[in-house]
Design a protein around this ligand. Structure first.
Ligand code: MG
Length: 336
């Protein structure tokens, strides 16, 4: 493996991405907020806590079943704020456009961005546009940053998992990755699979309102559920056990994964999140989720343990167990 150059896997959200962060970014840029490695940085001004986040979108294709790069760029940032327990307020919008990009496509993307901001009750209050020479980018890249206010007293963070906690997923996994791959590869399934891109702030608001002791939340995007659970286990130095039988997966997604040789645990999601909650509050959180259209297929998928610290184990359908490792190579590049 070449170690002196950036590989696609360094942007994949798995082991290579983590290496890049741990070895190259944190030693130079680290500080107590950044070092938490949450999807958002949380800071305080005059006793009010705020969350701040940024994300770049380089997805190919830019229009895909169930969405497009514009709404993805709004919802991705809204969701990363929501995962810190924040109510998203304001976003920035940065566009890098390749010379020759069709104006009609740009119009479609801007309209989609507008619709997404209405859906998620945020406003874009600043922006920037750069155009690069033909070949200097692939169509359009979008960066959004966002700020939100934290109105809960909970401290929601990947380092807060406790022995005995319950792990809940908000719905079907692997829809987004399979939708993108199907479109990219021209695969046709009898039931076309749509991306699950959606704003999660309303659903998160519901579970915060229950007053439940929520310890961590994260949206398992690049690297899938396997990455998120491994990040939690390592950051909190606990073990996680999940049950294969309890994972909500659409039948057609399962079939597509079989055909493509993919493990749904490693496939990207967009409009889903994992939350880890105090065991006494698991049912309250699950029921609150199920009342929302975006949480109808939520399920308890496992628990936190003090054995096999830093490791995720899955109890499989045939009653054996296996380690669910951090993804190592590149799974699907340019997925978000
Ligand atoms: Mg995220």
């Amino acid at each position: 493996m070449k170690k002196d150059k950036i590989l696609l896997a360094h942007g994949g959200g798995g082991r290579f991405s983590n290496d890049l962060i741990e070895k190259y970014f944190l030693p130079i840029l680290g500080n107590p907020i950044l070092n938490k490695l949450n999807d958002q940085g949380v800071f305080e001004i005059n006793s009010t806590r705020f969350a701040f986040t940024t994300d770049s979108y380089v997805i190919k294709p830019i229009f895909f079943p169930g969405g497009d790069i514009g709404e993805l760029a709004v919802y991705g940032t809204v969701n990363d704020l929501s995962m810190g327990g924040a109510r998203p307020l304001y976003l920035s919008l940065g566009l890098i456009i390749e010379e020759g990009f069709p104006m009609t496509d740009l119009q479609k993307i801007i309209n989609s961005i507008k619709k997404a901001t209405i859906q998620s009750e945020v406003q874009i209050i600043t922006g920037d546009t750069k155009v690069v020479n033909k070949g200097g980018a692939d169509g359009i890249f979008i960066n959004t940053a966002g700020v939100g206010i934290i109105e809960t007293s909970l401290n929601i963070s990947a380092e807060n998992l406790q022995h005995g906690d319950i792990v809940i997923i908000s719905g079907y996994i692997a829809d987004h990755g399979i939708a993108i791959l199907s479109k990219r590869e021209g695969l046709i399934f009898s039931n076309p699979i749509q991306s699950d891109t959606a704003p999660l702030n309303r659903l998160v608001g519901r579970i915060l309102q229950t007053g439940a002791k929520i310890h961590a939340m994260r949206d398992p995007t690049r690297g899938g559920l396997a990455s998120t659970l491994n990040e939690f286990a390592k950051k909190s130095n606990v073990g996680i056990v999940i049950e294969e039988e309890r994972l909500p997966i659409r039948e057609e997604v399962r079939e597509a994964c079989d055909i493509l040789g993919l493990d749904p645990l490693y496939v990207a999601n967009e409009g889903k999140f994992v939350t880890v909650v105090d065991r006494n509050d698991a049912d309250i959180v699950l029921n609150a989720m199920k009342e929302d259209p975006l949480g109808k297929t939520a399920n308890i998928i496992g628990k936190v343990t003090d054995s096999h610290k830093g490791t995720v184990i899955m109890e499989t359908k045939n009653a054996s167990t296996r380690v669910v490792d951090m993804p190592s190579g590149e799974q699907l590049p340019r997925i978000c």
